[in-house]
Design a binder for this molecule. Structure first.
Ligand code: KIV
Length: 277
């Protein structure tokens, strides 16, 4: 049965009904079509493509052009899945006008369903302007990879009473600004639980424990494809990297021992070839 694509109002309904859902990444057509075939409800074309697809050390080098280039094939590959496009570093922090122009461009050129951006209280006025301009906005607080250097690296956020209170203030400000959902990354489970209870919009948790509305993971992490590092919160639900390397090695072995290509994989039509030499 074909999956029914979630809408923005479904995010609210799921929250109200206490219905959990899942959110995974895709950066290309093939992976998008695989996610579309699965039960996972939401795709993020994340700026994590910097590391996962482009081999960069952080998300900071990714541009609007990179994001648009990758969102377009994902939209083609996953017609039955809600798709969020990530706004890259430097594309929304200069002014509300810059944020509206870049978000509008992302939506218009790719046809994705919403945009996501990172930031708390300070970004709330910009988000309010974007929402007023008709842009569906998903927030992102806690560990925000684009500014992780200022946050002291990739570490758990909200681990002290003061920082937990700040996270709740950030989340409340993003909700009040009109975001329809919010990613909360790398925070203690108790803090994420509190946030989930405090907010009317769904909390999409990554490294945020079990008591959130939606679980988020990078697909290449959860399938065991990405080999550079594995954060503590990642469970590998499959070992695709090993399956891929094994498949490549089998191809190599059968090529060298002559068992590939067998007649089954060859064009076996008899041809009377004229002698030319
Ligand atoms: O870019 C990304 O993959 C993300 C997730 C970590 C939520 O922002």
């Amino acid at each position: 049965m074909t999956k029914k694509k979630m809408t923005i109002s479904d995010f609210q309904t799921y929250k109200e009904e206490g219905r959990k859902f899942t959110y995974v990444t895709a950066y290309d057509y093939t992976m998008a079509s695989i996610v579309d075939e699965s039960e996972c409800e939401v795709i993020l074309v994340g700026d994590s493509l910097a590391m996962v697809m482009l081999g960069y050390k952080s998300t900071v080098g990714v541009t609007m052009e990179d994001m648009i280039h990758h969102i377009k094939p994902v939209v083609k590959g996953a017609p039955n899945t809600f798709i969020a496009g990530d706004m890259p570093f430097g594309s929304y922090n200069v002014s509300a006008e810059q944020a509206i122009a870049n978000a509008s461009r992302m939506l218009m050129e790719t046809n994705c369903d919403c945009i996501k951006l990172e930031g708390g209280v300070d970004l709330a006025p910009t988000i309010a302007r974007m929402v007023k301009a008709g842009i569906p906005v998903m927030g992102h607080i806690g560990l925000t990879p684009q500014t992780s250097t200022s946050l002291g690296g990739f570490r758990v956020q909200g681990g002290t009473p003061e920082s937990a209170r700040k996270l709740i203030e950030d989340a409340k400000a993003i909700e009040a600004a009109g975001a329809f959902s919010i990613v909360v990354e790398c925070v203690p489970s108790v803090v994420a639980k509190e946030l989930t209870q405090a907010l009317r919009i769904p909390v999409l948790g990554i490294g945020a424990g079990p008591d959130v509305d939606c679980q988020v993971l990078v697909t290449q992490d959860l399938l065991g494809m990405y080999g550079d590092f594995k954060p503590k919160f990642v469970k590998q639900f499959a070992q695709i990297r090993k399956a891929m390397v094994d498949g490549l090695n089998l191809f190599h072995e059968e090529t060298l021992n002559g068992s590939f290509p067998s007649p089954e994989y060859s064009f076996n039509k008899a041809v009377d070839i004229p002698k030319l030499y």
